[in-house]
Design a protein around this ligand. Structure first.
Ligand SMILES: Cc1cc2nc3c(=O)[nH]c(=O)nc-3n(C[C@H](O)[C@H](O)[C@H](O)COP(=O)(O)OP(=O)(O)OC[C@H]3O[C@@H](n4cnc5c(N)ncnc54)[C@H](O)[C@@H]3O)c2cc1C
Length: 409
């Protein structure tokens, strides 16, 4: 049996491990356009902020491919899939046969439109190469502009602030992390960042970058000129599916998968940031481009590819992060349109450093945001994941000291 995996990120890695666990002799080939051994993509933001060195990024040993008897085709890009002949076409024209294929190509940064994007020191933040170039560029930089207030834009701004740069963040929404948190939590996070020196302009985008070979100024669409020596663009990601034949493999935003992570073509699976599966909290198809989701989906896809039928329960958005003095936890559908059948209960502390918001639909918890006091976040996640009916009045859940563990029994 020939297993081929496109992508050697966390989804590809956990899939290969699952296949090898069930089958000691199957052929496994991994195609990856990055040359590094598997590494932690979220941790590149810690390299940017200076809290981790580059050499802490790998998540498996340098002997990973040998140990698992995997044939790595690194530095190679898949440019197409010949579904009828069961072959992957590489950029150099080589064709790789498969019996089972996993598409685990991750996501690409969402491109931005502006003049002067080819100037030096304008970066995306997605790969180990990007962060290597950024840490080099930091040497001569005092002022930075960050585009985007999503997870990556937010982490870039935070990292550059921690490096001591003067950072201006330009975001279209009113506060950072608007896909993860509601307005109240977003403003608390924003205040914390501003208190530590971040400048933020909302409802603004960049029209052009200027410089003499290297970026020196970002010009906003309102005409403001922001001097800068480094720019990081973090305006979200899009599933990396340019090479996938749309007439053969069903896709919407991501590659569509069923409850065994199989695509519309038998024997071809998808997992991780490239895949669109059912979201547990939203009860609809969704791309949750998150590390634990990619790891879990890779494992399930690998088991199914190796012949053990395992159902995938659905994906769930979740995140925990520290923003200077704030611990922030988000899970599920934390900021839905309220009049669409959702019930929201919230509480906040007098010191404005505590906030809790729970979102319910009918008798189920579907989302939560917590700022500080996040210890019970794991129980909240379990309630959402297990679709546990909540039999108590929602207001009691928000009371200080309420023990959510009681709801599990
Ligand atoms: C700065 C940053 C911070 C993040 N922080 C968090 C966080 O706090 N929490 C969280 O849950 N998630 C976070 N994420 C998201 C997380 O890293 C991703 O969800 C996860 O890495 C997805 O894994 P994947 O295996 O699906 O894809 P990827 O990690 O993107 O791996 C896919 C690989 O396939 C390669 N590839 C793509 N196309 C091809 C092709 N045609 N041919 C060959 N190879 C190809 C790519 O180059 C890549 O190496 C963060 C991401 C970034 C960039």
């Amino acid at each position: 049996m020939k297993h081929v995996i496109i992508g050697n990120g966390i989804a590809g890695v956990t899939a290969s491990e699952a296949i090898r666990m069930l089958n000691g002799t199957a052929d496994i080939t991994m195609i990856g356009d990055e040359i590094f051994p598997p590494y932690s993509r979220p941790m590149i933001s810690h390299v940017l902020d200076g809290s981790q060195p580059h050499d802490k990024l790998p998540i498996r040993s340098e002997h990973f491919y040998d140990d698992l008897k995997i044939t790595p085709l690194l530095g190679q890009r898949a440019r197409g899939i010949d579904v009828d002949n069961r072959q992957v076409e590489l950029a150099d024209g080589t064709r790789v046969d498969f019996d089972r294929l996993l598409i685990a190509a991750g996501a690409d940064p969402r491109p931005t439109q502006a003049e002067g994007l080819d100037l030096k020191n304008i970066f995306y933040l997605r790969t180990q190469d990007h962060v290597k170039q950024q840490t080099t560029a930091l040497a001569g930089a005092r002022r930075a502009v960050v585009l985007g207030g999503g997870l990556v834009g937010f982490k870039a701004a935070y990292g550059l602030l921690k490096r001591g740069l003067s950072v201006t963040m330009l975001i279209t929404s009113g506060y950072p992390l608007s896909m993860q948190v509601d307005a109240t939590a977003g403003r608390m996070i924003l205040n914390e960042l501003v208190c530590h020196g971040l400048k933020v302009e909302v409802g603004v985008s960049v029209r052009a970058f200027e410089g003499n070979g290297t970026v020196r100024v970002a010009v906003t669409d309102t005409g403001t000129r922001l001097p800068c020596e480094i720019v990081i663009i973090g305006k979200g990601v899009l599933p990396a599916r340019d090479f996938i034949p749309k007439d053969k493999i069903d896709a919407d935003l991501g590659v569509l998968v069923d409850d065994h992570l199989q695509t519309s073509v038998p024997g071809i699976y998808a997992a991780g940031d490239v895949a669109e599966s059912v979201d547990i909290a939203r009860d609809c198809r969704w791309v949750n481009a998150l590390w634990p989701e990619a790891a879990g989906q890779g494992r399930v896809a690998g088991l199914n590819m190796a012949g053990r039928p395992v159902a995938y329960p659905g994906s769930l958005s979740r995140n925990v992060m520290r923003v200077f003095g704030l611990d922030v936890l988000t899970v599920g559908n934390a900021d839905p349109i309220e009049d669409a059948g959702y019930r929201v209960v919230r509480s906040s502390g007098a010191d404005r450093h505590f906030y809790r918001r729970l979102v319910l639909k009918e008798d189920r918890l579907v989302g939560a945001v917590m700022i500080n006091g996040i210890e019970q976040g794991g129980v909240l996640r379990a309630l959402i994941e297990n679709r546990t009916p909540i039999r108590l009045p929602p207001e009691t859940l928000i009371a200080p000291g309420f023990n959510f563990g009681q709801l599990l029994y």
